[in-house]
Every structure is written in C-alpha cells, then in structure tokens.
Design a protein around this ligand. Sequence first.
Ligand SMILES: O=C(O)CC1=CCC(=O)O1
Length: 257
Amino acid sequence: MTAAPHHRLDGPDGAPVVVLGPSLGTSMDLWLPQMPALTRAWRVLRYDLPGHGGTPAPGGPFTVEDLAGGVVALLDGLGVERAAYAGVSLGGAVGTALALRAPERVASLVLCCTSPRFGDPGPWRERAALVRREGVGPVVDGAAGRWFTPSFTGADPYVAMLRATDAEGYAGCCDALAAFDATERLAEIRAPALVVAGAQDGPTPPRGHADRLAAGIPGARLTVVEGAGHLANAERPAEVTEAITAHLDRTWKGARR
Ligand SMILES: O=C(O)CC1=CCC(=O)O1
C-alpha cells in the first residue's frame, strides 16, 4: 500500500517541512498541542493512518514499510524533496521505516513513545482478531489507561478519535505492528534523531523500547519526560513541544520565528 494518505498542510508557505505521524487509534489531531509552536517556523504536514481520521479503510493487509511508502508518495505528490519527520508510537515506527527506506528524504527524525519492536506479535494478532470480530468497542474501554497516567484529565478527545476509527483500519495497523522489527537495522539510520519517551509509558516503556532506539541509532539523543504516559505529547505538551522544536532548530533549518 503506497497510496498517499489523507493529509493536511499548515504553516508558512516555503518554510522547511515537518511531517507528523499519529499513533494507533488516533488521527492527525493527536498533534494539535504542538501545532501553534511548530507552525511558527515550519510547514507542518500531518497525515492519517489507514481507516483513521480521513484516510479510507485499507483494501488489504499492509506493513509499516508500506505506510512509509505512503509518506514517500505524499512527499512526491507535494513536490517535497526533503523533510523532518516526527511520529508517535506507530507513527514513530513509520518514521523509522522511512529513514531506512528513503534516507535522502529525511532531514531530521523525532521518535516519540515508540519502539523498534512492539513486543511479541501474538497479542497484536489477537487484538486485530478481536477488533475484526467485535469492532473497536473493546479497545476503547481501557484506552485512557493505556495512553495516559491516572491523574490525566484530558483523555476524552483522544478516546473519541479511537471510537471513530474504522475496525479494519485499526486491525490492519495491529497486524503491521505485529510484523514490525527494525532492531537489526537501527545502525543504518543517518538522520539526526531525537528519541522522546514518557517515563510512565505502559505500552512502550523507556526501558526496552526508547533506550534501544537511542542506543541503536548513531548519535541519537534520548529525552525522558516525567509525568507522561504513552501519548506524552498530549499529556505533557509543553515539555514535548520544547524537546521537538529544540531538536528541529538544531537539525532542520534552525531559526524559530
Ligand atoms: O495499545 C495502544 O493503544 C498503544 C499503542 C501501541 C502502538 C501504538 O501506536 O499505540
């Protein structure tokens, strides 16, 4: 699947482009907390995963590498030669795959609450089967607990994104996560990389996930955000926005407006 996904461009015409990838069960609006800061200096290109937000449900199985191909198709269609890429969780895995597949297109990389391998494939396959059988209802229950720390009170808009997600799109993304394993290829990544982890992230805890990315990608920096669960950019927007903009300032045309 290399068709370009549903997308949206914001920010100044002609500014360096930053692509933002969302997580399983969320739309491009996952990134709303970062938009005011990012659109001051960058042209921000957000996209939706298959069956999420405005991207149609998939016509068949697909891999994380296929999703990276969709981002390449998007860049080609918009005439964007090179861009920075930031992604959360599955969106981060797409960034990893993109940096491996098309290194010349990736000027800078931010990998948030993600992993080179999302654990054993079995539970992802089971989750895909459950959602194909019963719809997204069973995974909506408990989503706030998977995504945020117990004290976070702003989960509702994010859970609403999951409730609106197409079951086959969600299941296909689970299958893609099951098959994804970039562990042995991290040393090939050439883009300057920042790895951002939520200290209380349950699905991808810093230990065993972010630390592996940071250790495996040459020159990568690691920032662990306290008081943040899996969707750290939503739960701790100020800290994550600052980490991302500082990295982009260093690596992708500098000047913050
Ligand atoms: O299980 C979840 O909802 C958390 C998650 C794992 C990969 C991803 O994109 O989100």
